[in-house]
Design a protein around this ligand. Structure first.
Ligand code: FO1
Length: 310
């Protein structure tokens, strides 16, 4: 069994690759919920929805979030009424949020997501990292900002000083996450190319997760979200700079520290391999432009993790 840890777009792409090359019962994808928030009275889980829509083949690849073929009548009507429109909820996407919000009154997020993924025809397991609320807060030079305010409303403009994950100390990993961490047939943990600060950190920071990982003698392999000094998508590179770190593969590997057995970097950064101490390094084509590239990277990551197994 392979456990993949994922945030938004980059994480969803590799998760899709893994889902293409593994039998569905051999894959569990655990997803960050630190980006979740309540908006217009609805429970929004952006990373879970990105993973669901991508694995179902329903995602909008150009925009990077939401559903393909989306329409915006709800947002237009909201604008006419002077309502909040900075966070755009498409008409089709709205159904996900309305139905999730209704069901969360009596069910856990895990149960709702498991049902959604079955209804969307997804074979592998998808679990939120936790059923308890964890909310990422970005510490910036403009003060502390809830994640979506920083990310969408302010377009990641404020300079970052650090991060908090409100609620994490009392949050428990979800049952699906614990089951994967403790699975007797666990073969490897793959950290997808998601933002280390805001997508992967909350998952690894849940109480007991690092301890459970340390007990398992399975390879932990991260795929870097940085290529040639830039993030493929999102503010990861900007965050590294603002936190006083070089935007390099060494910085990404350094962020994960002792946790990693393997680290996958892009061909463009091949010359940094020699400077990475600690994990074994694999150089691969990590830019996932199409489904073939996602499957090819997934295969290489799995083969690499196989060579790390003692
Ligand atoms: N990202 C944006 O940049 N602008 C939006 O208006 C926006 C709306 C949105 C609605 C539903 C959803 O599931 C995601 C949405 N996202 C939007 C993406 C999302 O907020 C971020 O990409 C993630 O939180 C970062 O991983």
């Amino acid at each position: 069994m392979i456990l993949a840890l994922a945030g938004g777009v980059g994480g969803a792409k590799l998760a899709q690759g893994l889902a293409m090359v593994l039998p569905s019962e051999k894959l569990t994808v655990v997803v960050n919920t630190g980006d979740d928030f309540e908006h217009l009275g609805l429970s929004i889980s952006p990373d879970l929805d990105t993973v669901l829509y991508t694995l179902a083949g329903l995602n909008d690849t150009a925009r990077g979030w939401g559903l393909a073929g989306e329409t915006w009548a709800f947002m237009d009507a909201m604008e006419r009424l002077g309502g909040e429109t900075w966070f755009r909820l498409g008409d089709k996407d709205l159904a996900t949020h309305v139905e999730r919000t209704r069901r969360l009154k009596t069910e856990s997020l895990s149960t709702v997501i498991d049902d959604f993924r079955k209804r969307l025809g997804i074979g592998c397991r998808i679990a939120p990292m936790s059923d308890d609320p964890v909310r990422t807060v970005v510490q910036t030079q403009q003060g502390r900002l809830p994640f979506q305010d920083y990310f969408v409303r302010l377009q990641c403009a404020p300079e970052v000083r650090g991060f908090e994950f409100s609620g994490i100390a009392s949050a428990k990993p979800s049952a699906g996450f614990i089951a994967a961490l403790d699975a007797p047939d666990l073969e490897a943990v793959i950290i997808c190319p998601s933002n280390p600060f805001v997508s992967v950190s909350p998952i690894l920071g849940l109480p007991g997760v690092k301890e459970r990982l340390a007990k398992r003698k399975v390879p932990i392999v991260a795929v870097s979200p940085i290529i040639g000094g830039e993030a493929v998508k999102g503010p990861a590179a900007k965050m590294f700079k603002e936190l006083g770190l070089a935007v390099t593969q060494e910085s990404v590997a350094g962020f994960y520290g002792d946790l990693l057995d393997g680290f996958v970097i892009d061909e463009r950064d091949a010359n940094s391999a020699a400077r990475i101490t600690g994990p074994r390094v694999k150089v691969a084509q990590t830019l996932m432009r199409d489904t073939e590239a996602k499957a090819a990277l997934a295969r290489q990551v799995l083969d690499f993790s196989g060579t790390l197994r003692s």
